[in-house]
Write a protein that binds this ligand. Sequence first.
Ligand code: IMP
Length: 425
Amino acid sequence: MKRIAILGAQWGDEGKGKVVDFLAKDMDVVARYSGGPNAGHTVIIGDKKYILHLIPSGILHPNTMNVMGNGMVVDPESLIKEMEELEKAGVSFQDNLLISESAHVIMPYHKKLDALNEKIRGSKQIGTTLRGIGPAYADKASRIGIRVGELLHPDILREKLAFNLKIKNAIIENFFGEKGFDLEELYENTLTWAEKIKGFVGNSVLFMREAISSGKSILYEGAQGTMLDIDHGTYPYVTSSNPTIGGILTGLGVPKDAVDTIVGVVKAYTTRVGGGPFPTEEKGSIGELLRNQGHEYGATTGRPRRCGWLDLVALKFASWINGMTHIAITKLDVLDGFDTIKVCVAYEIDGEITEEFPTNPVDFAKAKPIYKELPGWKTPVKGISRWEDLPKEAAGYVEFIAEATDTKILLVSTGAERNETVTLV
Ligand code: IMP
């Protein structure tokens, strides 16, 4: 287990930050490959809580190199804020952070357009994090994006900003009727941001190649989750990148053999933020209980998360799409106190029962959950760190998930702290 991918197997917020942090201490490199400041990876160490949005979670380990890959979209303002917060907390990153020069920049007009696009959707809002993610990836695909490396070349930067503002301002002003952006002001601001981050910018593909050739251990840190994948998720209620396994290869420029262990992080129940169908959602008291016990409020936006039971249909799909070899079950302690625990094992769609995840969003929107009920446990699992100490029903629940997804259990998290973890491998 030298090259481990940690991926979200649900709709994001699975607790990847803790799993990454747990494993990062033994890793030479932690590399993020997709997404941007829409992510919020919470890591708790002692009485300190860190929420990382762009910087990989390995930053808390001084001997680990942290790479922000070309597949990411980087908001310089947000990155600088994150750097300042780490500095304030006494975390040093001068020698262990590398930002790909090919990653794309989220500009202020992307954030503005994200908000305007959402507004115009009315009742069909995606419920984005408003961090400019979709518009930035759209520009990347349209080949008008600005890459991080271009921030270091003022002439090219100015020319590209001038061209982009012609298009963006036309949309913002003429279509949405709002105030556009001033070129000179934006250019000056961008140069200031560039000055602050330039020391960290470089060729991450070359770095990864050398790390792999010299046998370094690598942890690939996923953001968001499989069900938010632009290709395989619940489109259009998805993010605009590939949080799934393929995103690692394209988002870092590494070959397939660069990954040997694929860990799907699975919350013991399901949550989702934003719009879109969610078959196992509990809108009443059970959902409330899960939200309160699990502190299910967005790390990036503070929004209350929608909560419900585990969805094995979606999870089995995630296991296939990612080739998951292992699972890490998080927040098992949140289910302490339930007499029975429901797991969705099939969907009913138009009167037909299926165990297959529908790739047609029209069908998925109609899916009703078919549940299997499993016994809850009488004594709490909170804080347990040895497998043999888990109540047999809790161990049975975890084993049931592993069997259904055809994976091995890597770890089970029974609380937010590092030591509240049962490790099995
Ligand atoms: P965007 O990535 O901001 O464009 O948001 C698109 C969808 O993905 C929305 O439903 C968001 O709530 C969701 N989303 C994006 N990032 C995260 C995350 O890190 N955790 C959970 N949901 C996310």
